[in-house]
Ligand binder design. Structure first.
Ligand SMILES: NC(=O)C1=CN([C@@H]2O[C@H](COP(=O)(O)OP(=O)(O)OC[C@H]3O[C@@H](n4cnc5c(N)ncnc54)[C@H](OP(=O)(O)O)[C@@H]3O)[C@@H](O)[C@H]2O)[C@@H](O)CC1
Ligand SMILES: Nc1ncnc2c1ncn2[C@@H]1O[C@H](COP(=O)(O)OP(=O)(O)O)[C@@H](O)[C@H]1O
Ligand SMILES: [K+]
Length: 484
């Protein structure tokens, strides 16, 4: 598990560790790791031009001590002192090593720009001259390395209130910060390199976590000798309508590719024809009234994609939600629930998979506000609605009360195309049917779906059907080797 922490959690752990070490030790460890990463990026250090953007806090101190090390190896290092004050000991060491303070910023001519403006101590939007320097770094041709956090990104939330550095590499100290994993902050980090400064034993439970390949491998159900199609997990799918047939086809496809033992599809005439034509594997119950009584036993339901939002759909949703198995609610199902919250009153677990617009209707917050503060709102929705919430987007976040938010970054922006959400609901629904809890089904589903998106795209446009087709390949790559 990749774990990440808020600025307060990091500070607390740092204080505990610092009390046991000679003063300055942590900053030296940080500077050592930072200088090594810079040297790697430069290739040859001697004679190269490095500009340090130095803010008034310890983030600037890290940059100055790393600059000292690079200067000692023959780099031409200049520091732009942006704050009202500067880390004194760091500046002295830097000057002693031959570093220079630049009056006029030479950001444009640098081979490497080290962003030490602000780290975990940032509050609000970058002020001047920090904001202007961040913009200059972003348009310069040199490689940008952010110290700890790209300046302008809130380390605790990933929020970006104004100008912010966009780094090629972020060298982060001691532990990942939440803001490095959650958009919009995550889009600013480039590659994140973690420098071990000995913080590990002092860290609390994480604020957020991201599944690794090994975690997903452990969580993914696998059929064994004793398996049969019923015991592997049967998913009921209540999706599609005579107007929207594709959503049903895509959701069933996602579910079949993600290892459901059986998919039972229930719907009206048109989507039934389509699902039958695409997926002879599915067991189909044509519906002439909104009822699930003839569908047969299932271990979980997927409710909503393309279902419509009229009385018929409402009645079918009510029947599905009155069952005693876990239900994943997506798309039109979410519109129905937003209109009639009483539908959510049930004992068995509920997983909802909204995008920001759908969540907006559920919690009465604007879409833009949700996009700007995804963590805050996904947590709030989980608490207010008492369900597990998977909020879709460039980083997908999964919240369940009293657990760290799970963040998924395996996706690709090529997934921003119609129908990929229907595939995700099928994948996560199949995992629910196979016995995973809502939290794991959602986060493993998002992981596989993102990976399948990458495999389907390979740098070019994808189709949502192609994402479903790529899910087995994603599962194979999680397992490393195909096992017999
Ligand atoms: N502690 C340790 O042992 C270790 C710490 N480490 C390093 O220290 C970093 C934390 O250092 P920190 O606490 O000094 O805070 P930091 O991020 O430099 O920023 C504070 C300064 O920023 C300013 N400022 C704030 N908001 C601003 C804005 N919007 N726009 C403009 N300015 C703004 C604010 O100025 P003020 O508002 O006070 O005028 C204040 O002076 C951490 O990220 C890591 O790199 C590592 O070396 C590991 C060991
Ligand atoms: N910029 C992006 N980067 C990565 N993934 C994205 C991006 N935009 C959307 N996605 C993913 O694509 C899917 C879109 O789902 P959704 O909005 O429900 O679309 P639809 O309703 O057309 O199926 C989600 O899994 C979402 O996380
Ligand atoms: K920084």
């Amino acid at each position: 598990m990749k774990t990440a922490y808020t600025a307060d959690q990091i500070r607390h752990a740092e204080r505990t560790l610092m009390a046991r070490l000679p003063e300055g030790t942590l900053m030296q460890r940080a500077a050592h790791g930072l200088a090594a990463a810079c040297a790697d990026l430069l290739g040859r250090v001697y004679g190269r031009r490095v500009v340090l953007l130095v803010g008034s806090g310890d983030n600037g101190g890290d940059a100055l001590y790393a600059g000292e090390r690079l200067a000692r190896r023959g780099a031409r290092v200049e520091a732009v002192l942006a704050g009202s004050k500067t880390h004194e000991a760091g500046l002295r060491a830097f000057l002693d090593a031959g570093g220079r303070v630049a009056e006029q910023a030479a950001v444009g001519e640098a081979d490497l720009i080290v962003d030490g403006l602000v780290g975990i101590g940032v509050s609000g939007a970058l002020r001047e001259p920090y904001a202007r320097l961040a913009e200059e770094a972003n348009t310069a041709h040199g490689t940008v390395v952010a110290v700890d956090v790209p300046s302008g990104v809130d380390a605790s939330t990933g929020q970006v209130a104004g100008a912010a550095v966009r780094a090629r590499v972020t060298v982060t100290m001691g532990a990942y910060k939440t803001g490095l994993l959650v958009d919009p902050g995550a889009a600013h980090t480039g590659t994140v390199e973690l420098v071990d400064i000995g913080l590990g034993p002092f860290l609390p439970d994480p604020d957020v976590a991201a599944l690794t390949r090994a975690d997903v491998e452990d969580l993914l159900p696998r059929p064994g000798n004793e398996s049969d199609k019923y015991r592997r997990g049967v998913l009921g799918v209540a999706a599609g309508s005579d107007l929207y047939t594709g959503a049903a086809v895509l959701a069933v496809g996602g579910a079949l590719r993600a290892g459901a033992g059986l998919v039972r599809y229930a719907g009206t005439h048109e989507p039934v024809q389509q699902v039958r034509a695409h997926w002879p594997e599915a067991v189909i119950t044509p519906l002439d009234r909104p009822s699930i009584e003839h569908v047969g036993r299932v271990q979980a339901w997927l409710l909503g994609p393309g279902l419509g939002t009229g009385d018929w759909a409402h009645e079918l949703a009510a029947r599905v939600l009155a069952s005693d198995v876990p239900v994943l609610i997506d798309a039109d199902g979410l519109t129905l629930v937003a209109r009639d919250r009483s539908l959510l009153r049930r004992r068995a677990p509920v997983l909802i998979t909204p995008h920001a617009g759908e969540l907006s209707r559920l919690i009465g917050v604007s879409r833009d506000d949700i996009e700007a503060a995804r963590l805050e709102h996904v947590r709030r929705a989980a608490a207010e609605l008492g369900v597990t919430v998977l909020l879709k987007g460039s980083t997908t976040v999964v919240a369940e009360e009293a657990r760290p938010v799970r963040v998924n970054g395996t996706g690709t922006s090529w997934l921003a195309t119609g129908g990929t959400g229907d595939v995700l609901s099928g994948v996560a629904g199949a995992l629910l049917a196979q016995g995973l809890g809502c939290y794991d089904a959602a986060s493993v589903g998002a992981y596989l779906h993102g990976l399948a998106g990458r495999l389907a795209a390979r740098g070019a446009p994808l189709t949502s059907a192609g994402v479903a087709t790529a899910v087995p390949e994603a599962i194979r790559s999680v397992h490393g080797e195909p096992r017999p």
